[in-house]
Design a protein around this ligand. Structure first.
Ligand SMILES: Cc1cc2nc3c(=O)[nH]c(=O)nc-3n(C[C@H](O)[C@H](O)[C@H](O)COP(=O)(O)OP(=O)(O)OC[C@H]3O[C@@H](n4cnc5c(N)ncnc54)[C@H](O)[C@@H]3O)c2cc1C
Length: 481
C-alpha cells in the first residue's frame, strides 16, 4: 500500500515537472518570437530587439539606463504602444515597458490635483477620482492610454474648453540619459520639448495633473451639410459656453463620400443632481460594432450600413444625460483588429476651422478616384495652442482622424504612403498640420512645414541626450541635426 502511494506521488511530481517545463519552453519561445518581431499596434514595422524590461520600480529604470550606457545600447520607452510608427522601439535596443509603473502617488481634492506614475492609464485615474466628483480635463477620446504616452504626444480629445493636454500638466519628474532625475516645471525649457517629445528626452517618471469638476451633460446630435460646419461650430458650439464637449463625423460611404455630416454636442445640463448618473460605464455594443466595422472593411455596402446605423444610434441618444467621466470612457475595444494580411491604421490632419469646407472639397477631389479603404472619419476641435515645441494647433483647428485599412504587401504599403503624403500636401496648402503618433510617411519637408520649431526641438534633444541614448523610429525619420 505504502509503495503504491510513493509511486503515485512520484508520478504526480513527474507530470507536474513535465507540464512546467513545457510551459516554460512555450513561454520562452513566445518571448523569443516577440523579441524577434517586436512591433506596435500597427504591426507595420516588426524588428528584432534585445529585450523588454518592465520598469516596476524607479531603481529598475535607473539600473537599465546605467546598463544601456555601459553597453552603448539604445533605449526606447513604451506605454500601451498605441502609437503606430515605431515610436516605442528600435532595432537591437532595449524597450522600457512602463505599463506596470502605475501607482497613484498623491491626490488633493480641494486643489483638484493628482500626481501619478507615468504608466497609470486614464481609466485608473477616472476610477480613482470619480467618487470624489472630479474628472480629467484633457485626454484622448479613449481611456486606455498611459499618462506617459499621452504626455509624449500632447494628446487632445473631445473637450473643447481646456486646450491640449500640455495645459493641464503642472509638473513632472524626468529621468535623463545621464541618470540625473529632474523636476520639470511649466516655465522650464524642457517642459515644452518633453510634452509632445515622443520619449526622446528621458523617462517621464511621474506627473502632476490638474483636474476639474465632473459635470452632467445633455447629448444632442444633429445632421448638417459639411459646408455649414465652420459657421455652425463658431456660433452654436464655440460661442455657447454651455457646450463643453463636441464630436463630429463625416461620411466615407460611397453614396455621400465626404458630404454627409453629423455633430454631437455635450451641453451642461440644467439638472444639478449628478449622483444618479455617477456610476462609471463600460463600452457597450462592442461585438456588433466590431462586426459592422469588419463588414465595412470589406464592402462599400458595409460602409453605408455603418454610417447609417452610427448616425441613428447617436440621434437616438438625444436628450440623454451623461457625466463628463462617462463621455471620456470609451476603451474602443471594437477598434482592435489583428490580421495576417492587412491592418487598420490612423492618420490625423488638423485644418483651420474657417477652411473646413474648401479643405473637404480638395480632399474629396483627391480621394474619390483613388482606391483607399477609408472606413471612418471623426472630427474634433483643438484650440490654438503653441506651447509645445511640436505644437499641431497654430490656430483653432478641426482635427480629422482617418481610420483606414491596407495590406502588408509592398505595393499596398507604397500606395498608402503616396496617398498619405498627398493628403498631407492638401492639408498643408490649407495651413494645417498632421499628427505625429502615426506612421511617419510624411517627408522631412512636410514635417518642417507643419512644425516650424522642429529644428529647435531636435537641438534640445541633442543638448539633453548627446549620445542618442533614447531613440526610436520617429527620431530616425525626422531628426534634423
Ligand atoms: C484607437 C486610437 C485612438 C486614439 N485616439 C486619440 C485621441 O482621441 N486623441 C489623441 O490625441 N490621440 C489619440 N490616439 C493617439 C494616442 O494618443 C497616442 O498613440 C498615445 O501615445 C498612446 O498612448 P500609449 O500609452 O499607447 O503610448 P505609446 O504608444 O506606448 O508611446 C507613445 C510615445 O510616448 C513615449 N512614452 C511612453 N511612455 C513614456 C514615458 N513614461 N516617458 C517618456 N516617454 C514615454 C514613447 O516612447 C512614444 O514615443 C489614438 C490612438 C489609437 C490607436
Amino acid at each position: 500500500m505504502k509503495r503504491k502511494w510513493i509511486w503515485m506521488v512520484l508520478l504526480l511530481v513527474y507530470t507536474a515537472t513535465l507540464i512546467a517545463s513545457i510551459t516554460i519552453r512555450t513561454d520562452q519561445t513566445q518571448q523569443k518570437q516577440r523579441l524577434d518581431a517586436f512591433t506596435d499596434v500597427s504591426h507595420l514595422m516588426p524588428v528584432k530587439i534585445k529585450k523588454v524590461v518592465q520598469g516596476k520600480e524607479e531603481e529598475t529604470l535607473k539600473a537599465v539606463l546605467a546598463e544601456a550606457r555601459e553597453k552603448q545600447l539604445p533605449i526606447s520607452i513604451a506605454g500601451k504602444q498605441h502609437s503606430m510608427g515605431g515610436h516605442t522601439y528600435y532595432e537591437n535596443g532595449i524597450v522600457l515597458d512602463m505599463t506596470e509603473f502605475r501607482r497613484i502617488l498623491a491626490f488633493d481634492k480641494q486643489k483638484k490635483t493628482i500626481r501619478v506614475q507615468s504608466g497609470v492609464t486614464w481609466d485608473d485615474i477616472q476610477k480613482y477620482v470619480n467618487p470624489h466628483g472630479l474628472a480629467v480635463k484633457v485626454m484622448q477620446s479613449q481611456n486606455i492610454f498611459t499618462v506617459g504616452g499621452s504626455l509624449s504626444v500632447n494628446a487632445h480629445g473631445r473637450d473643447i474648453r481646456y486646450g491640449s493636454l500640455i495645459d493641464t500638466v503642472r509638473s513632472f519628474r524626468l529621468l535623463k540619459a545621464d541618470g540625473e532625475i529632474i523636476t520639470v516645471k511649466r516655465d522650464d525649457d524642457l517642459f515644452t520639448a518633453v510634452i509632445g517629445g515622443y520619449g526622446l528626452f528621458g523617462v517621464i517618471l511621474d506627473v502632476e495633473l490638474s483636474l476639474t469638476e465632473d459635470e452632467l451633460y445633455k447629448m444632442e446630435t444633429t445632421s448638417l451639410d459639411y459646408r455649414e460646419y465652420s459657421e455652425y461650430f463658431q456660433q452654436h458650439v464655440k460661442e455657447n459656453q454651455q457646450v463643453r464637449m463636441h464630436l463630429a463625423r463625416i461620411s466615407t460611404a460611397k453614396e455621400h463620400f465626404l458630404k454627409d455630416m453629423y455633430v454631437t454636442n455635450y451641453t451642461l445640463s440644467s439638472k444639478q443632481d449628478i449622483t444618479a448618473h455617477r456610476e462609471l460605464k463600460e463600452d457597450q455594443l462592442v461585438m456588433p460594432l466590431k462586426m459592422m466595422l469588419g463588414f465595412s472593411r470589406r464592402f462599400d455596402m458595409g460602409k453605408d450600413l455603418l454610417w447609417n446605423l452610427q448616425k441613428h444610434y447617436f440621434q437616438k441618444q438625444n436628450d440623454q444625460l451623461i457625466t463628463r467621466n462617462n463621455v471620456m470612457r470609451s476603451d474602443s475595444a471594437f477598434l482592435e483588429y489583428e490580421n495576417e494580411t492587412d491592418t487598420d491604421v490612423l492618420q490625423e490632419y488638423f485644418v483651420p476651422v474657417h477652411a473646413f469646407g474648401a479643405y473637404i472639397d480638395d480632399m474629396r477631389e483627391l480621394l474619390q478616384h483613388e482606391d483607399l479603404n477609408l472606413m471612418n472619419i471623426t472630427i474634433r476641435y483643438v484650440q490654438k495652442n503653441e506651447k509645445a515645441d511640436l505644437s499641431y494647433a497654430k490656430q483653432d483647428m478641426f482635427a480629422l482622424v482617418l481610420l483606414m485599412n491596407y495590406g502588408f504587401e509592398k505595393d499596398e504599403k507604397a500606395k498608402a504612403e503616396r496617398l498619405i503624403r498627398q493628403m498631407t500636401d492638401v492639408t498643408l496648402r490649407h495651413h494645417g498640420s498632421y499628427y505625429l503618433p502615426y506612421m511617419p510617411y510624411q517627408t522631412k519637408e512636410q514635417m518642417k512645414k507643419a512644425y516650424p520649431k522642429v529644428d529647435l526641438f531636435f537641438q534640445k534633444k541633442k543638448q539633453t541626450d548627446p549620445d542618442d541614448r533614447f531613440i526610436n523610429y520617429f527620431y530616425e525619420r525626422y531628426n534634423t541635426q
